[in-house]
Design a binder for this molecule. Structure first.
Ligand SMILES: Nc1ncnc2c1ncn2[C@@H]1O[C@H](COP(=O)(O)OP(=O)(O)OP(=O)(O)O)[C@@H](O)[C@H]1O
Length: 259
């Protein structure tokens, strides 16, 4: 029988902050797999460990114990060259607050990772033009972040996260700083990146409107994954949203309609 290879494996990840009498156990043994082409959401309330989990996968922070494997390779065993390649090319990162450099234009922000990791200029230019068209940011490429709307900034950040054609895009509350309309535009773009381009996405969010775009959602609370929801084939986003809300009703309230 055909068995799909796992793209990313998270094995029993634990992360403690602080020392001795003042320890916060942010992750208490988190395990899951991501398959190529998935759009996986991680949902959980504030302080449940979502950003900690994403930052361990991105190697921004070091887990206390446990392993993360990309294409079967343990990322904590990478030498400095493999680690630079992993951070620079194999993963793309989308932050809630965009993390654009204020003194660089949109285009310069997008191309920055490539100039650090040395992609061929002509290839980068072609890729930039293609992404700018797709993300509808072609007319703001020469603007500075202060001259862009929140939605435009996040689409520039999305282009930056995709320019190196990473194996996986890690998104941390990418709609958190956006109004409802900009959030929906961004989520539609991320969905198209996933559906039409087959790019794998791991997105953490506490917002059911955002995660209703995902194909599967893991729920985390107090550093532990406790439930999984899978979007059925042909299930509408409204129906999936309602199932997310039903589950969340056990933890708190919410609105019955997608935004
Ligand atoms: N650098 C740190 N030092 C100490 N404790 C931390 C640190 N970073 C996070 N924590 C704690 O770890 C726990 C998990 O935090 P984390 O930021 O991963 O949660 P989150 O689910 O992303 O929350 P939010 O949705 O509010 O961003 C929280 O109790 C938090 O206070």
């Amino acid at each position: 029988m055909f068995r799909q290879e796992k793209l990313l494996e998270v094995h029993n990840l634990q992360k403690n902050y602080g020392k001795k009498n003042n320890i916060t156990k942010a992750l208490k043994g988190v395990s899951f797999d991501i398959f190529p082409g998935e759009f996986l959401g991680i949902m959980g309330p504030s302080g449940s460990g979502k950003t900690t989990l994403l930052n361990c996968i991105a190697t921004i922070i070091k887990p206390t114990s446990g392993r993360v494997l990309l294409n079967g390779k343990n990322i904590s065993a990478f030498d400095s060259k493999d680690l630079a390649d992993y951070r620079g090319s194999r993963i793309g990162y989308l932050f809630q607050d965009f993390a654009l450099l204020d003194n660089l234009t949109g285009q310069e922000n997008i191309l920055l990772p490539l100039s650090i990791h040395g992609m061929d200029f002509a290839k980068a230019r072609t890729k930039l033009d293609e992404l700018a068209g797709f993300l509808e940011i072609a007319d703001i490429l020469n603007k500075f972040p202060a001259q862009m709307s929140g939605g435009q900034k996040q689409r520039v950040a999305a282009a930056r996260s995709l320019i190196s054609e990473p194996d996986i895009v890690l998104a941390d509350e990418p709609t958190g700083a956006l109004d409802t309309r900009s959030a929906r535009i961004l989520m539609n773009k991320l969905t198209a990146i996933n559906h039409e381009r087959g790019r794998t996405i791991l997105m953490v969010s506490h917002d059911p409107n955002a995660t209703s775009f995902c194909s599967r959602i893991l729920f985390i609370q107090d550093g532990v994954i406790f439930h999984e929801l899978r979007r059925q084939q042909d299930e509408s986003r409204q129906k999936f949203y309602e199932r997310i809300m039903q589950l969340m009703a056990q933890l708190g309230g919410g609105s019955a309609n997608v935004l």
